[in-house]
Ligand binder design. Structure first.
Ligand code: ATP
Length: 355
């Protein structure tokens, strides 16, 4: 088992693209760590640079305290699972799983017992003699994972591990992967562009944009307290409301009313962007005391057990989630409130969290 330390890392492609652009991060021993961000932000390049499949232009990569920046991929102690699984079609499941051991000239009898044991761990019993084409997508993914685990790397690197599975299988595989990672306790870094997947699986998430780290934190932290409006926009199944506001003496004024807010050192009168998640707003149809925003319902969308209600507040649209049975009809006058610690203030220009 091993941690990963990345310092001042940059990976520049020959065409001049700085896909990873000055990055520092540490992945703890045994951690399940997600690299999350929109397409093209550099997450795959970062994963491949950790694996040694791309070479670092600047900075260092350490695995288990050893500097591996210039070490060839096969000698870094990493096992990587590719998005398309990269299984050998002419080999059986058993041969695929133990291929890395065959390369290392491990004896056939040992290989057979490793295939048996890893096959058990990955729920591949009864499939060891099949070829990849005779397996479902979920089973193929588990063979690729089994091969990575059987190679006994110190670190497991997964590139979009669930993206080739259909929606139902993906949920199943997600639960399986989380349990497997916890059971094995192997340091694991996985790439995803799916924020829901990162929130569900990871111990910590690194959110990237344009090759840079925008926030590093637990799923709870990046969801409840994004440190900039980029992360605020990217995380959450319903987007965070980002509203123009003006700091007042006890909170912040926005179109249609005001909200309580901890203003810290931000002076009264300052123009800010106010961030509030739809999940953290309360919608009432009666009167309320204290700071509130007034408006009228435009539309409500069913999200399953919740509804996302869009409220027109003097020309600004604000989203709020309510239990499905409390969904108000369009045109209903409503009042929105929030507790002070849920209201975030961002710099209007830079988008960085102020308070
Ligand atoms: P996606 O989710 O779409 O896979 P990503 O976040 O993993 O995206 P990368 O694949 O790491 O992003 O790409 C980062 C940047 O580097 C992009 O601008 C991409 O066009 C560029 N890039 C990727 N591979 C190469 C390459 N081999 N040569 C030149 N530029 C590349």
């Amino acid at each position: 088992m091993a941690g990963i330390d990345i310092e001042g890392l940059a990976t520049v492609y020959p065409n001049g693209v700085r896909a990873v652009d000055g990055l520092d991060l540490t992945v703890a021993d045994g951690e399940f760590f997600a690299l999350l961000g929109p397409s093209g932000c550099g997450k795959t390049t970062l994963l491949r640079t950790i694996a040694g499949l791309e070479s670092a232009t600047e900075g260092t990569v350490r695995i288990d305290s050893a500097d591996v920046t210039r070490t060839e991929p096969g000698k870094r102690g990493v096992a990587m699972v590719f998005q398309d699984y990269a299984l050998f079609p002419h080999m059986t499941v058993s041969e695929n799983i133990t291929y890395p051991l065959k390369v290392r000239r491990v004896a056939a009898a040992t290989r057979a017992s490793v295939a048996e044991k890893t096959g058990d761990e990955l729920s591949l019993q009864g499939l060891l003699e099949r070829r990849p084409a005779q397996l479902s997508g979920g089973q193929q993914q588990r063979v690729a994972l089994a091969r990575a685990i059987a190679s006994e790397g110190k670190v497991l690197l997964l590139d979009e591990p669930l993206s080739n599975l259909d929606a139902r299988l993906r949920l199943e595989a997600r639960t399986f992967l989380k349990k497997l990672q916890k059971d094995l306790g192997i340091t694991t870094v996985f790439v995803t562009h799916d924020q829901a997947e990162a929130l569900a699986l990871a111990d910590r998430i690194a959110v990237m944009q344009s090759g840079k780290l925008r926030q590093l934190g637990s799923p709870r932290e990046v969801f409840a307290r994004p440190t900039n409006t980029f992360v605020a926009n990217f995380i959450g199944s319903t987007p965070m409301n980002l509203l123009p506001g003006t700091v007042a003496s006890h909170g912040v004024s926005v179109s249609g009313g005001s909200l309580p807010a901890t203003t810290g050192s931000v002076p009264a009168g300052a123009e800010v962007t106010v961030g509030i998640r739809p999940e953290y707003l309360t919608l009432s149809t009666g009167d309320v005391s204290g700071p509130a925003i007034r408006g009228s319902v435009v539309v409500a969308e069913n999200l399953g057990t919740q509804s996302l209600v869009t409220v027109d507040c003097s020309g600004t649209l604000i989203g709020v989630t309510v239990p499905e049975e409390d969904e108000p009809s369009p045109g209903t006058p409503v009042v929105l409130t929030a507790s002070e610690q849920r209201v975030l203030l961002y710099d209007k220009e830079s988008g960085e969290l102020l308070a």
